[in-house]
Write a protein that binds this ligand. Structure first.
Ligand SMILES: Nc1ncnc2c1ncn2[C@@H]1O[C@H](COP(=O)(O)OP(=O)(O)O)[C@@H](O)[C@H]1O
Ligand SMILES: [Mg+2]
Length: 332
């Protein structure tokens, strides 16, 4: 499948349509579906899709008419969302919601004592922003909270669970694709520096989705130091070098398709999530040792009510016509 088209840029140099929306428009045109780009008139990323007497207004290529305020509010609050999923019998990491560590010190300390290692994140974050894994004591928890304390919706400290990142896509409340997300990495060739290798990988990421970036940041430098490396070092040929602690594709993570390897119970778990949260088109983030294990072997981390889906169109191993499936769901 071809990579996402380059972004439209308006007179002010701003990108007009999100790459997910651009891919949806391109697929609609290929299918003979009428598209009306309202972004110029409205000043927001909105496209109307029309087929016969049916039409659907889509924002950012990720927000569809079926999304209710109820569903969006639930998914935008990771703690509330997980509470509902736990009530429905799904396995989620134990978490403590807090505004300031002082207000929840006993519960946070108990979480640290029980699990040893916790993750702290904004309760309404996305794209991995503000997430710190590997927090082992109250001092580190408070130090990280100070760096993200301006997030007004509050914070979540969560049991750190192990496993690979599994991203499941649902359309019409049904599982359609899944990939394992691997953190950004490069493989040495014995000639180029880590900085040069990651710049080359960054170019690939941008070609797949112009909003994705592989940038060597503090997290990367800390990980490199753990591996005894510096961005200017030249890794030996064949040596794999990890560059991010998180697997978000927007930070250069790699999607590897695992749809055909998923345990047979996952589709019904996805249908339960759709029913409990009242969602149709969404994605689920899971941590599991292996996608072939029963869902109970892993933990559901979050549900995205406005899912980015483009990575399933360039995932390694197998690609999916997500845009075509979304258009069929919206317009029949
Ligand atoms: N409880 C946890 N245990 C281990 N890793 C976690 C946990 N929560 C988040 N992570 C890691 O951080 C990533 C981003 O977390 P997530 O809650 O999905 O936030 P975002 O909305 O920014 O994607 C996850 O995909 C996972 O790799
Ligand atoms: Mg996520």
């Amino acid at each position: 499948m071809s990579p996402a088209p380059a972004p439209d840029v308006d007179a002010g140099g701003r990108q007009r349509l999100d790459p997910n929306q651009q891919a949806l428009v391109a697929r609609a045109r290929a299918l003979g579906i009428e598209t009306v780009d309202l972004s110029g008139d409205w000043g927001c990323d909105a496209v109307r899709y029309r087929k016969g007497d049916r039409e659907a207004l889509v924002f950012m290529g990720q927000q569809f008419p079926s999304l209710t305020a109820h569903g969006a509010t639930l998914c935008d609050h990771k703690h509330a969302c997980k509470a509902l999923l736990a009530d429905a019998g799904l396995r989620v990491p134990e978490g403590v919601f807090f505004f300031s560590p002082d207000g929840a010190r006993a519960a946070l300390q108990a979480l640290l004592d029980r699990h040893g290692r916790v993750v702290v994140k904004p309760v309404d974050g996305m794209h991995g922003d503000g997430i710190r894994t590997g927090i082992v004591d109250m001092d580190a928890l408070v130090a990280h909270w100070r760096t993200i304390r301006s997030c007004r919706a509050g914070f979540l400290a969560e049991q750190q669970v192990e496993g690979d990142d599994l991203r499941i896509q649902a359309i019409g409340g049904r599982l359609v694709a899944a990939c394992r997300r691997e953190p950004a990495s490069v493989v040495g060739d014995g000639r180029q520096t880590i900085a040069a290798l990651s710049a080359a990988r960054d170019a690939v990421c941008r070609a797949q989705n112009p909003l994705n970036r592989l940038i060597l940041d503090d997290d990367s430098r800390a990980l490199l130091a753990d591996q005894g490396l510096h961005p200017d070092d030249v890794p030996a040929a064949g040596r794999a070098v990890r560059l991010k602690s998180l697997t978000n594709i927007s930070m250069g993570g790699r999607p590897v398709d695992v749809t055909d390897r998923l345990h047979a119970a996952w589709p019904s778990v996805v249908e339960t999530i759709a029913r409990v949260l009242g969602l149709s088109i969404f994605s689920v983030d899971v941590l599991t040792a292996d996608p072939g294990l029963p869902p109970d072997a892993g933990h559901v981390i979050e549900v995205n009510a406005r899912p980015e889906w483009l990575h399933h169109t360039f995932s390694e191993g197998r690609q999916h016509d997500i845009a075509g499936m979304i258009l069929a769901e919206l317009l029949g």
